[in-house]
Ligand binder design. Structure first.
Ligand SMILES: [Zn+2]
Length: 400
């Protein structure tokens, strides 16, 4: 018996829950997908929630312990009341595993590690499906003040809790008030779900990421927070139009639009990943929260595949860069890698993966770039490289 058929859903003429999943069904779907291709999948627990639910990731790729490969992150269910969003990462996993022999997919699977986190907020999802559909946006962190007020929906809005410029905005949609469904949390990075995602980021240093939300039919391009200045030139803005061109219009004929944000926000996942690792981190606002007769689920999910597919292709087709730092640099500790023609104006410092010594990045355009690596003790090596329409793999060696 399905987990939610045990709990009668309220009947509503225009809303359908068919095909949507609570935390138990999402886990079951992940395990079923992994069982189809055990040689190229793994399920890991990346953290546990306040209510002790596991936060799970499905890893897809070859040699999953080899961190020299570029990694991609697809996640949903951060706002668990946006109930269609876990379906998108799950669909991507299904697509990759079912079409593994297809030439395009085989190339992705040979190169990337794809990390799928369909449900970042399992406690919120449980609250939505099993307590009240008024719940689910926040993570149900029991704040003393909120508990005292006996609120139905309480907790932290996880997409306001990441440490980059946390709390720099005070607005209706980004609140320091624990009674608000947009509460940014008691401190930056205070929530276990956010900590789990940050740890995942540290471990994988994603080159690209799509985080799914609903429902505004927008592609949010970092930086989202107004207090951050845009890097110039910006690969994130250079890649966004092709992503939008690759997705179908909504059932109503509306097209996605690339924007910085819907309203002023701070502490978002995409900004933190972008700032920490240079991850091309996009947030997709899908056209609806739950399907209905005029907005069926399958075409919307399938129609939005282009977002991640273009992101994957664009890295492999270039212009993009993979840099291997000298072994002697890596032995000293973190190795900073900078592309001198790209200016990152918010104090960003990117480093090669500590295990593999590899750094991956998209480039905005073809051209001549100077790549500089700096060791923990201050040793440097730099090299100029012409990058055309392909990805260039550059091994830096210490000068004799
Ligand atoms: Zn959302």
């Amino acid at each position: 018996m399905s987990a939610w058929s045990e709990h009668a859903r309220p009947r509503c003429a225009r809303v359908s829950f068919e095909g949507l999943k609570d935390p138990e069904l999402i886990e079951r779907a992940m395990r079923a997908l992994a069982a189809r291709a055990p040689e190229r999948t793994r399920i890991i627990e990346i953290g546990r929630t306040h209510e002790d639910r596991p936060i799970l990731a499905l890893l897809i790729g070859e040699a999953l312990d080899d961190h020299s490969r570029p990694a991609m992150l697809l996640c949903g269910g951060t706002h668990a009341n946006e109930v269609v969003t876990p379906e998108l990462p799950l669909d991507a996993a299904r697509w990759l595993l079912e079409n593994a022999e297809d030439k395009r997919v085989a190339r992705w699977l040979r190169t990337f590690h794809v990390v799928i986190v369909p449900l970042v907020n399992p406690d919120g999802s449980h609250g939505y499906w099993h307590v009240s559909t008024a719940r689910g946006r926040t993570n149900r962190h029991k704040d003393a003040q909120a508990a005292e007020l006996g609120l139905l929906e309480y907790g932290v809005d996880l997409n306001r809790n990441y440490p980059f410029q946390w709390g720099s905005v005070e607005d209706r949609f980004n609140s320091e008030d624990p009674r608000s469904p947009f509460f940014h949390g008691p401190a930056a990075g205070s929530e276990p779900e956010v900590q789990a995602m940050m740890k995942l980021g540290e471990a994988w240093r994603f080159v690209g990421m799509v985080s799914y939300h609903a429902a505004a039919t927008r592609l949010l391009v970092p930086y989202t927070v107004e207090g951050a200045r845009e890097p110039k030139p910006s690969a994130a803005w250079a890649v966004a139009p092709a992503m939008i061109d690759a997705v179908a219009p909504t059932p109503g004929g509306k097209r996605y639009e690339a924007v910085r944000h819907l309203y002023p926000v701070a502490g978002t996942d995409q900004d933190w990943f972008y700032w920490s690792f240079g991850t091309l981190a996009y947030l997709v606002e899908l056209p609806f929260v739950s399907p209905g007769p005029r907005r069926p689920l399958a075409p919307m999910v399938e129609g939005a595949r282009g977002f991640w597919q273009v992101l994957f292709d664009r890295f492999l087709d270039g212009p993009a860069l993979t840099v291997q730092v000298p072994e002697s640099f890596k032995a000293e500790g973190p190795v900073t890698v900078a592309v001198e023609e790209l200016s990152w104006p918010n104090g960003e410092r990117f480093s090669a993966h500590p295990e593999s010594g590899v750094f991956h990045t998209y480039l905005p355009t073809a051209g001549r770039y100077t790549v500089k690596a700096t060791s923990a003790s201050g040793k440097t090596v730099s090299r100029a490289v012409d990058v055309g329409t392909a990805r260039v793999v550059l091994a830096l060696t210490e000068s004799p």
